[in-house]
Write a new protein. Structure first.
Length: 235
């Protein structure tokens, strides 16, 4: 299969809406077609919902044909895309019209712009959403945002607890004299060093006693050695 012409023509929103409605009716009328949910059906329902909420929701094929014929009588020539945008968007004021038709003020005078706006207003007005539909849309957005916020809050809390525990561990392991004042930190560190020396001296009393005993034994041995020398000399 080969695509000869990828763009045969422009299609308006109302034409798409009518085509989807007809296709859905044909599928329902055909007993051999099973109405099973699929990605294509979900996509078609989504597109239909968007079209019904816009200007195409109240327009008919006849309204579109009459509007396009009326645009041909305008003094300023509009491109096919500009006509399609005017039909699909149905601008009701000059601000929206300027965004659709570029350089409209240089291409049209004030009378031509006023006539064009009057021609556009002949199209059926778009459907007005009820308060319930607006609340449903807002509720879906709040639910999605709320679930995301709740998930982020839980993740933040879990991380905060872990960080808090890490800080507690560091505080327990860190010396008590760590502070912002360097002089006090040095003084406390020196005092801790002196205390450690005192503890080492007082913690091993047996070593001092053993040293004294060793000194006494050496003194006794030396006296005994001197006594032996004197006895030998006298003999």
């Amino acid at each position: 299969m080969k695509i000869i012409n990828p763009c045969v023509g422009l299609v308006s929103d109302v034409e798409v809406r009518v085509f989807l409605e007809q296709k859905k009716e044909e599928d329902r009328a055909d007993p051999g077609v099973q109405m099973m949910p699929s990605r294509a059906a979900e996509f078609a329902d989504c597109v239909m919902g968007q079209l019904l909420q816009g200007p195409a929701g109240t327009q008919t094929l006849e309204d579109a044909a009459v509007f396009l014929r009326a645009l041909e009588t305008q003094r300023v020539q509009l491109s096919p895309k500009e006509r399609l945008f005017l039909l699909n968007i149905r601008p009701s004021n000059l601000v929206t019209l300027v965004s659709i038709v570029p350089d409209i003020e240089s291409r049209m005078d004030q009378d031509a712009i006023t006539t064009l706006l009057q021609t556009i207003k002949r199209l059926p007005e778009p459907p007005v959403l009820s308060d319930d539909e607006e609340e449903d849309d807002d509720g879906e957005e709040r639910d999605s945002n709320g679930s995301a916020d709740e998930f982020g809050e839980r993740e933040h809390n879990s991380q905060g607890v872990d960080l808090h525990k890490d800080v507690e561990r560091e505080e327990r392991a860190a010396p008590a004299y760590q502070g912002t004042d360097p002089e006090k930190t040095v003084e406390m560190a020196v005092e801790d060093g002196e205390d450690d020396d005192d503890k080492r001296e007082n913690s091993d009393p047996d070593s001092d006693d053993s040293d004294a005993q060793d000194g006494a034994l050496l003194a006794v041995d030396s006296k005994a050695f001197d006594g032996d020398d004197k006895a030998n000399d006298s003999s």
